[in-house]
Design a protein around this ligand. Sequence first.
Ligand SMILES: *[C@@H]1O[C@H](CO)[C@@H](O)[C@H](O)[C@H]1NC(C)=O
Ligand SMILES: *[C@@H]1O[C@H](CO)[C@@H](O)[C@H](O)[C@H]1NC(C)=O
Ligand SMILES: *[C@@H]1O[C@H](CO)[C@@H](O)[C@H](O)[C@H]1NC(C)=O
Ligand SMILES: *[C@@H]1O[C@H](CO)[C@@H](O)[C@H](O)[C@H]1NC(C)=O
Length: 432
Amino acid sequence: MVLLTRRDAINARITSKNKILAVLLTGVVFLIVPILIIILDPIHLIIKYKLRLTKGSILYELLQQEMQAGRLSVYVFNITNSERFLSGEDYKLKVEEIGPFVFQEYRWYEDLEPSEDGTRMAMTAKVRTEFIPEESLADPKDVILRLPNLPLLSSASLLSNYPSFIRSAFNLMITPLGAKPFLNLDVHNFLWGYNNPIIKILNGLAPGVVYFDSFGLLDRLYDNTSDYRIEVGATDKDRFEIKWVKKYRHIKMGGIEDVEESIQTFNNTYEAEGYPPNLTPEVPINFYRLGICRTFALQYIGSRIMDYGGEALIYTISNDTFMGEVDPITLKPYPYGVIDISKCYYGLPFVLSKSHFIDSDPILRERLDGLNPDRDVHINEVAIDRRVSVTYKTKLSLQVSMMVDDVSFNSMTKMLSNTVIPIAYARVANQK
Ligand SMILES: *[C@@H]1O[C@H](CO)[C@@H](O)[C@H](O)[C@H]1NC(C)=O
Ligand SMILES: *[C@@H]1O[C@H](CO)[C@@H](O)[C@H](O)[C@H]1NC(C)=O
Ligand SMILES: *[C@@H]1O[C@H](CO)[C@@H](O)[C@H](O)[C@H]1NC(C)=O
Ligand SMILES: *[C@@H]1O[C@H](CO)[C@@H](O)[C@H](O)[C@H]1NC(C)=O
């Protein structure tokens, strides 16, 4: 009875305070929650009640509003001895990180659709980025670096196991282009894509592999020619647990047609914001980031009192995540420390690792100079508030590299056969 009255009172307040609460929470949906709880405990109840993920709930409305998400600091590896390496004078490729180039991510969801029984919610995840000049080294358009020719190297790598007549055709077709394995390119084009004839040629020789003419590192990650539809749990037990992700590609033929491209299903996997209520270190959780197409197992490493006064469970990416990977083409095992992300890059031979190959097989650095695997600089940590199971702080530092296969069939690329080329890394920080 007492409880009922309390709830009634809360309900009345919710109606009158809906607007204020919505404003309070906008843009900081999950972030401010733990802080509010510390300050005003009754609000805890309101939030618990109103943060249900059902049609018309505050959370339902908030998910559709654009909110600030991760801040991405990108560092690109400049190659400083390309000529000496190609001539065979230098055994090690010298790299130097240049950055940061800082981008702010904004995320929101569209077309929210509760399942019939109300236990799940499907929605289309949207993301856009904005360049933050005042935190960046310079305008990416003004920074010209010596960079690997990713279209050339990845095409050659991809074709390394194709029949020899196809490889010969590739050699014939690219010779007149005068493509070199390293080129001078500004960072903007490198990240966001430039039209590339080699990708067109690859498209012709290995149809269906790649469907784009331009190639950029982030451009692929934030590929806005595709939509990601995700379904998450909406009950108290599994709120925000990802059930599946479907990728749709827009194909323009007169109008826009959606083609379902792939579907992934998951267990115990979350999209980095909310985790199951009453989270304890024993509960297995995985982390998924749209665009990366792989999940990361989180490993509990301890708890800490955070600056807002609440206790957070601290997780890092489990070492297991980076174990037991194989080259998808040759099926040869990769050294530990990398995971294959070729699926996110249309079969091109990219891998993800901790930045500067921290906690990785030293063989990955054997032919590289200039890496500095410092654990204190490259932190991978997720802090989740214990009381409400929402992420308070995320810090990730991950690197993309290319695993070049045996590309000796092409005279331009042969010196780079079986090498690992670090391309760029990004630190993602998310503080609520
Ligand atoms: C990148 O490396 C090239 C040598 O390959 C060098 O000339 C250039 O100055 C470097 N750029 C930066 C920004 O350090
Ligand atoms: C995709 O992003 C590019 C560059 O930001 C933009 O010009 C284009 O209009 C976007 N396309 C869609 C379908 O949103
Ligand atoms: C999820 O768990 C179920 C039952 O344990 C299993 O059959 C299924 O293969 C798992 N799915 C994934 C994607 O791991
Ligand atoms: C991962 O492995 C490295 C050694 O390779 C070790 O120092 C580190 O503590 C491990 N991380 C975790 C979370 O177990």
